[in-house]
Design a protein around this ligand. Structure first.
Ligand code: LLP
Length: 419
């Protein structure tokens, strides 16, 4: 096997001796692969972000909720957040205790809210009506509220969750109404949280949002935690030299104002962050096979099994993922050319890498899609009645472990009822 442009996976020693061709042969294609060592390293970087003693990291499991993945995250000693009862169940299955889970609900039914209350899971609500609902269901209880800090950030307008144009959070101007509802149901506000959006590479707006949230915190006396949200970016263009997020610079600024706030507030309350992507993206690689190569007019298309049913991000947000090419050919060309890597779904937008400068690719080659560990498998679907891929871990000792079986045809058809 020859890697035609494998600098990133070589540098990271991603495969640790495993062979992409053998992995696909054994587990099928496409295939999600996670590297345990890299995952643990990213968790540790987040844990060390801030020096403040009561600092906690919640992994945002919406980015990757594979049970084995969550088990490793848990083993590193951090907590999790959840967006749905399904995520909560996955977290409990992975061994998290209810007290280590924060349910960040958004427009949930009474049943879903009641479910979290019954399990004893701390819940954050993000509107006055949901705060009322919580009060009706659990009078005298403890609750958190998600505020909109007035700033947003993100790689695409669809993932900016703070500022003016978003459905999320309660605006600062409603603090008096929040207080009224708390009083009406004898609720204690134990936490406030925010999430300004997903993927920033410059911490400016995160700091600004955090400062705004802290000003909101000053209105409430019984807080046990302040949760500053996720959004920490990773360099998707690392093949082209994109720099990493400056974590130490950001961490220093955060530590500074956390310490200042805590002494003013008079209580060493918990400060949390909720990274999803930063922890999970870079330990994940998606493999797929090349089944066809063709010219359409002047355009070269590399036809693969990597449709947007497997990785939705490029189709959904025009997201960029680095591509590596692995081959068994003996004398691969040493030149590059412009080509588009497309999937097998019946839509023209089914493009995983459009008009990219790539090594010359042939049928039978394998494509490695970098940074696929976050919002990859969790956003995959059975569109076109295709089977969702298997997931494997490369353990720290190099052993390869299957952690989710590939769908089979029975999985696909089991819920249908014939007339
Ligand atoms: N906390 C809350 C309340 C969130 O809604 C999210 C992400 C996170 C934390 C974690 O954000 P992160 O650290 O991963 O940026 N599917 C999109 C990303 C959607 C993010 C949704 N919320 C993508 O593939 O880019």
């Amino acid at each position: 096997m020859i890697k035609l442009n494998g600098e990133v996976t070589d540098r990271e020693n991603f495969f640790q001796g495993a062979d992409p061709f053998e992995l696909i042969e054994k587990y099928g294609s496409p295939l999600y692969i996670y590297n345990e060592r890299i995952l643990r390293q990213r968790v540790r970087e987040m844990k060390n972000l801030v020096s403040y003693e009561n600092f906690r990291v919640n992994f945002s499991a919406k980015a990757n909720s594979n049970i084995a993945f969550l088990q490793i995250v848990k083993d590193e000693g951090i907590d999790v957040d959840a967006m749905s009862p399904g995520e909560i169940e996955a977290e409990l299955m992975a061994g998290f205790k209810p007290e280590n889970i924060l349910y960040i609900s958004n427009n949930v039914s009474e049943e879903e809210m009641q479910y979290a209350i019954n399990k004893g899971i701390k819940t954050s609500v993000d509107s006055l009506s949901q705060l009322e609902q919580y009060g009706r269901l659990n009078p005298g209880g403890k609750v958190a509220v998600r505020f909109n800090p007035g700033v947003g950030a993100g790689h695409h307008k669809k993932v900016i969750t703070g500022g003016k144009e978003t459905k999320f959070g309660v605006n600062e101007e409603y603090i008096p109404q929040v207080k009224e509802i708390l009083e009406k149901y004898s609720l204690t506000l134990i936490g406030i949280n925010q999430h300004i959006g997903s993927l920033f590479m410059d911490g400016g707006s995160y700091i600004e949002g955090a400062k705004n949230l802290i000003n909101i915190a000053k209105h409430f006396e019984d807080l046990e935690f302040i949760d500053l949200g996720g959004g920490f970016g990773i360099p998707y263009k690392k093949q082209y030299g994109e720099e990493r997020l400056n974590l130490s610079g950001l961490g220093e600024k955060l530590s500074e104002f956390i310490e200042a706030f805590v002494s003013e507030y008079g209580k060493k309350l918990i400060f949390k962050i909720e990274p999803g992507r930063y922890i999970s993206a870079e330990c994940g690689l998606l493999l797929g096979q090349v089944h066809a190569v063709k010219m359409n007019g002047d355009e070269k298309y590399i036809g693969t099994d990597l449709g947007f049913n497997v990785l939705a991000r490029p189709m959904m947000y025009d997201s960029f993922h680095g591509i590596e090419v692995y081959t068994k050919r003996e004398n691969p060309e040493k030149v590059t050319e412009i080509a588009s890597i497309v999937g097998n779904i019946c839509e023209t937008g089914d493009i995983i890498a459009g008009k990219r400068e790539l090594p010359v690719i042939h049928e039978g080659d394998i494509i490695g899609v970098l940074d696929a560990g976050a919002y990859g498998m969790v956003m995959s679907s059975n569109y076109n009645n295709r089977l969702r891929p298997a997931e494997v871990f490369i353990r720290e000792n190099g052993e390869v472990k299957l952690v989710r079986k590939r769908d089979n045809i029975e999985d696909l058809l089991k819920n249908y009822i014939s007339l």
